[in-house]
Design a protein around this ligand. Structure first.
Ligand code: BES
Ligand code: ZN
Ligand code: ZN
Length: 463
């Protein structure tokens, strides 16, 4: 999708010669010179909030795509809604453009191009006063949108073609040409380091686990922010095998990892003056003769033992080692991003990721960043009462409740488990399973959403 700029040519509406087409909230007018005006009914201008603006931006592109319109022009001034008076123009331009770019994406890699071509919009002209601030915002929006689409592409690739070694390769490719350095630990290195948790989960797969480390140094001697992403390239459940239907989308179980990889490379492209580390433990969770078993007790990098009572609760197990590894960097903040639990969908539906943190200020910060970015998040408690649920019978910590009802509070149990490995630094857990794929009305293509990259990049900019 290309972007161009043009000065306002007054109100085109005056030149309308006919109403070409009308359907529900959509009207096409034809103007004198044959061009068309597309009018989308969106309710009262006074009612447009930042949330609605995000959907509006995507809806414009979605509608153009549906009518196979290749070139569109939008007037920046029309987006200056009364409720959005305190957004600065750079921010507004970026928000609009990144959502145009997101709405234009489709996962076409495995499809034959139809005769009439793909539906994509090819060019968007931004009509505005010649304002450097708006141009900067547009440029930023393109960077963000395209990097998020690259993240979605990774997550969408089927499990057969997105194994841990391939994900590691993709991380290197994503970092090419940027100031991000990528280091990969293989099975040998992980064995030497005693990362028993990652190795345990990976045991059943023919594909070697990989521990992906991305480093961006834009902040001199400052302590880094460390992002940790779940990189399960396919989650069959392992010996605690998932039912077929639940397994269908599990090639996207590395969505957190993909978001972390591309958040770090995006931070580099935006030249943020921060130090940022990305850690992605990558494994495939498979049933086989060599799989880890229910009842197995793994010795994690931290030294604590993990009693595996369900091999399908594998995300928390691999993240345990990654969270311990994060300590090496003496981080000022660690954020993990994971499609951790189906229970988060039960709790929140499809519109928000769950967050958990022991730090009230971080919770408040993340709520705001969520609201502003469109990657909405909602908190759940990390109270000590819940610690009972993750005490092991035979090992230190169990990956599902050893003695209680395993159906209650599944999101919290997942977060509480991770917390045991994240006590030595400020930490936020994002269970992004609800946002792995879009909800109805998101105006995003089928497949991965790229969440919560918009939140992460705002965090990296601001924190
Ligand atoms: N990857 C899944 C969680 C998931 C489910 C993500 C649906 C996205 C959509 C995770 O590894 C898992 O299987 N969790 C189990 C945990 C349970 C065994 C305690 C779950 O949610 O059922
Ligand atoms: Zn699982
Ligand atoms: Zn999983």
């Amino acid at each position: 999708m290309k972007f161009a700029f043009a000065a306002s040519s007054g109100t085109l509406k005056k030149e309308v010669v006919e109403v070409e087409f009308k359907e529900n909230d959509l009207v096409f007018f034809t103007i004198k010179d044959g061009r068309k005006i597309m009018e989308l009914g969106i309710g009262k201008r006074e009612d447009i909030t930042r949330r609605k603006l995000i959907i509006l931006a995507r809806k414009i592109i979605e509608t153009a795509k549906n009518y196979r319109i290749k070139k569109i022009a939008v007037d920046f001034n029309e987006f200056l809604f009364p409720k959005l008076q305190n957004i600065d123009w750079k921010d507004l331009a970026s928000l609009l453009v990144q959502n145009f770019v997101l709405a234009n994406y489709e996962f076409n890699r495995y499809k034959t191009e139809p005769k009439e071509g793909w539906k994509h919009v090819e060019e968007v002209t931004i009509i505005s006063a010649p304002d450097a601030v708006i141009k900067k915002g547009v440029q930023k929006g393109i960077f963000i949108g395209e990097e998020i689409n690259a993240c979605r592409e990774l997550a969408n690739i089927p499990g057969g073609e997105m194994t841990p070694p391939i994900l590691a390769q993709k991380a290197k490719e994503a970092a090419k040409g940027t100031k991000v350095s990528v280091k990969i630990l293989g099975k040998k290195e992980m064995t030497a380091m005693k990362m028993g948790a990652v190795l345990g989960v990976a045991q059943g797969s023919v594909h070697e686990p990989q521990f992906i480390i991305l480093e961006y140094k834009g902040g001199g001697k400052d302590a880094p922010v460390v992002l940790v992403g779940k990189g399960v390239t396919f989650d069959s459940g392992g010996l605690s095998l998932k039912p077929s239907d639940s397994m269908l989308e599990m090639h996207m179980d590395m969505s957190g990892g993909a978001a972390v990889i591309h958040a770090v490379t995006l931070a580099a492209k935006l030249e943020l003056k921060k130090n940022i580390v990305g850690l992605v433990p990558a494994v495939e969770n498979m049933p086989s003769g060599s799989s880890y078993r229910p009842g197995d007790i793994l010795k994690s990098l931290s030294g604590k033992t993990i009693e595996v009572l369900n091999t399908d609760a594998e995300g928390r197990v691999i993240l345990a080692d990654a969270l311990t590894y994060a300590e090496k960097f003496k981080p000022r903040l660690v954020v993990d991003v994971a499609t951790l639990t189906g229970a988060s969908l039960i709790a929140l539906g499809e519109h928000a990721s769950a967050i958990m943190t022991p730090d009230q200020n971080l919770e408040t910060l993340f709520r705001r960043l969520g609201e502003e970015s469109g990657d909405y998040v909602w908190p759940l408690p990390l109270w000590e009462e819940y610690e009972e649920n993750i005490k092991g019978n035979m090992g230190d910590i169990s990956n599902i409740p050893a003695n209680g009802n395993t159906r209650y509070g599944g999101v919290i149990n997942g977060g509480m488990f991770l917390y045991q490995f994240a006590k030595n630094y400020p930490w936020v857990h994002i269970d992004m399973a609800p946002r792995m794929t879009p909800a109805k009305g998101d105006c995003l293509a089928r497949g991965a959403t790229g969440a919560p990259m918009q939140l992460l990049i705002k965090l990296l900019e601001e924190y």
